[in-house]
Write a protein that binds this ligand. Structure first.
Ligand code: ZN
Length: 309
């Protein structure tokens, strides 16, 4: 396959999944890739980040190949290497061009980067028909997931670990002021409870400021009734016909996303991660009334609705 010399100009429908880290976006991306005419590419923004260009390319893609053999990401990485000095907007356009060359402009692209930055870029690309899904996970499940990640990967949360590097990438010098506290803060359920609330509030506010009307999806509702929720999401995306969700048959090419995406059993069926129900470490932050209220509204009452733009 050779990429055409000019960026894609045909209309391209893109679904951007927005949410917090560990909100279930990779699962939703994979599930969408099981539907006719939809292909997911995982966290595109992570792959396009200039500070990740030098990382060894040993990730496995959800297509079953390593990224250097993947039919999409191998040529895409070569193209990015040739345009290493391009800005994020130009790199995204190259990605759209490669996608259209490979899958045709009629195929829906899913980007599960989760970031508002992707939404900002996509909004500015004139031929993109953008649909945004805000995916929210129950704060109790989220806190437990974050605490377990912290306990299992202490190096990631050290003062020079990935967590602090990401803070630097997103917040610049401000991150330096809090970096020394990270190893301590990230052991605290209260920190994660407040962070969940702050980040959800910020995402909602920024989507509103961008004038984006998104679809509010709940990880809990999706994992409990996947087929039903998929029908509603497809209707929002504007795809008429759905199919059963067979994760092992997903056509998505995800090299950046949940590191457990290909763990044994993860592709057999969709199941709810209910670890938090046997734990009590989420209880303290869950006492905060604003956290409880937002959790109830976003996850259980308003899911499946359109967010006001
Ligand atoms: Zn692949």
């Amino acid at each position: 396959m050779t990429a055409s010399p000019n960026p894609a100009r045909e209309r391209q429908k893109v679904v951007a999944i927005v949410g917090l880290t560990r909100c279930g976006s990779t699962l939703l991306d994979l599930a969408l890739g099981t539907q006719p005419g939809i292909v997911g590419l995982g966290e595109i923004a992570t792959v396009l980040r200039p500070d990740t260009a030098g990382i060894p390319r040993t990730a496995s893609c959800t297509c079953g190949k390593v990224e250097t053999q993947c039919n999409f990401w191998a040529p895409m990485r070569s193209l990015l290497d040739r345009h290493a000095s391009a800005d994020a907007d130009e790199k995204y356009r190259l990605c759209l061009r490669m996608f259209q060359d490979q899958f045709g402009a009629g195929t829906v692209l899913v980007d599960s980067s989760k970031s508002i930055r992707s939404v900002q870029i996509l909004k500015q690309i004139e031929h993109v028909d953008l649909r945004v899904i805000l995916l929210v996970r129950d704060v109790r499940a989220w806190i437990v997931s974050r605490l377990d990640d912290r306990a299992g990967n202490p190096a990631k949360f050290s003062t020079d670990g990935v967590y602090v590097r990401n803070l630097h990438y997103h917040f610049g010098r401000t991150a330096s002021a809090v970096a020394w506290m990270i190893p301590w803060l990230t052991r605290s359920p209260l920190y994660y409870g407040c962070l969940w609330h702050l980040q959800q509030w910020r995402l909602l506010r920024r989507l509103q400021a961008l004038g984006v009307s998104g679809y509010l999806a709940s990880y809990e509702m999706f994992t409990r009734a996947p087929e039903q929720e998929m029908r509603r999401i497809l209707s929002f995306i504007g795809v008429d016909q759905g199919a059963g969700i067979n994760l092992s048959a997903s056509r998505s090419h995800i090299i950046a996303g949940n590191p457990n995406r290909d763990a044994p059993g993860r592709r057999e069926h969709i199941s709810y991660d209910d670890r938090w129900q046997g734990r009590s470490d989420w209880r303290l932050p869950f006492v905060l009334p604003w956290v409880r209220k937002m959790n109830q509204q976003l996850v259980y009452e308003n899911h499946g609705q359109l967010l006001d733009s």
